[in-house]
Design a protein around this ligand. Structure first.
Ligand code: TXA
Ligand code: MG
Length: 335
């Protein structure tokens, strides 16, 4: 897949897939965009301090500018360059979980452009746990703003190929770090003036784990409106093009027997459905494995020639909550 390394004009752009950190660095320094691997999903990265690069991110993703971006840094120590204060409880979380799939909302310094935070006083800070991207970040003197590297509203990418499928003619380079190990976006936590924890998005770090290390139960604010606090919480998101239904799979197979069906189940097969159209998220019933497979399986089923995708809720605990959140948002609601 490694192609010639020239900067092509936009209209003939074809993304190169490779592992060349120096080239990724060069592009980013020039204000270009590069897709980067993280442990959660691939990000569409640009210099967070360069407004033109940030505008490009919104354009390439076709994402509304009211939806703010997470900035990625090589270690939590670097956060002090970009935020004015870090509550004690945020330090505790950082100590336990970073680098890792947890994003912290902290009061921003002026150096972070308003377009990154969509006008909010807080900036979302993340220290991703991926060897290539950490190396890249440590060689840059600016943070990387990076939303998931998919077109707005579609399923997030968990491999370089997923990024290529969606954005190949829109970006020059995809840094290939293999399959994402966690497979779900980061958990987003904010803090109010009393140092309460507010959970804005469930993700790769479970609520149970957060409670364990802080002794505090987060206030859940994963609200569903068209103009939410964190627009990743838009009701219809992560959606397949094929209508997806969430419920009791056996019952739905009977209800929709006239249709061509694909099934995504947690850990079992169902009778009466072509085995090639059935996907199991984790044969052993592991929520971690199911999380890792979720977006890949959603994309695979969406590529089948079927009328509908039937799937089910997983246990509402650990990573199951984040999986159920994503399935809920992917489901067909008369779009
Ligand atoms: O795992 C992840 O977090 C991935 C990887 C690439 O790091 N990124 C990701 O970015 O999921 P994105 O843009 O798809 O989702 C970011 C979420 C959005 O819901 C956005 O509204 C919220 O974070 N967010 C970002 N900055 C914020 C801010 N300043 N205040 C409130 N919410 C913010
Ligand atoms: Mg996203």
């Amino acid at each position: 897949m490694q192609r010639k390394k020239t900067l092509l004009p936009v209209h003939t752009m074809q993304a190169i897939i490779g592992t060349d950190i120096s080239y990724a660095k060069l592009l980013l320094q020039k204000g270009e965009l590069v897709a980067i691997p993280t442990e959660t999903v691939y990000g569409l990265a640009g210099n967070a301090l360069n407004e033109d690069a940030v505008v490009k991110i919104f354009t390439v993703k076709n994402r509304p500018q009211f939806n703010p971006l997470i900035i990625h840094i090589p270690s939590f120590d670097v956060a002090q360059k970009y935020v004015t204060a870090v509550p004690e409880i945020a330090k505790t979380l950082a100590r336990h979980f970073l680098p890792g799939p947890l994003t912290l909302l902290l009061p921003k310094k002026e150096v972070i452009p308003d377009i990154v935070t969509a006008g909010s006083k807080n900036v979302a800070i993340r220290v991703p746990d991926h060897i290539l991207t950490r190396e890249l970040l440590s060689q840059l003197d600016f943070p990387l703003a990076a939303p998931s590297a998919n077109s707005f509203g579609y399923v997030s990418p968990t491999s370089a190929k997923h990024v290529y499928d969606g954005l190949n003619d829109k970006i020059p380079y995809i840094l290939d770090g293999g399959e994402c190990m966690v497979g779900l976006e980061s958990t987003i936590i904010g803090f109010d003036e009393n140092e309460n924890l507010i959970l804005y998005r469930t993700g790769g770090i479970s609520i149970e784990d957060i409670e364990k290390v802080t002794g505090v139960t987060p206030v859940i604010k994963t609200n569903e409106s068209d103009l939410p606090d964190t627009p990743g919480q838009l009701k219809s998101h992560y959606a397949t093009d094929t209508p997806l239904y969430l419920g009791n799979i056996s019952e739905m197979i009977l209800e929709y027997k006239e249709k061509k069906i694909a099934v995504i189940s947690f850990h079992e097969h169902f009778e009466g459905i072509d085995i090639n159209n059935q996907f199991i998220l984790s044969p052993s019933g592991s929520l971690e494995e199911a999380a890792k497979n979720l977006f890949k399986v959603l994309r695979k089923t969406d590529d089948l020639n079927v009328d509908i995708i039937l799937t089910e809720r997983l246990p509402d605990e650990g990573l199951g909550r984040a999986i159920n959140d994503r399935l809920g948002r992917a489901q067909h609601i008369n779009k």
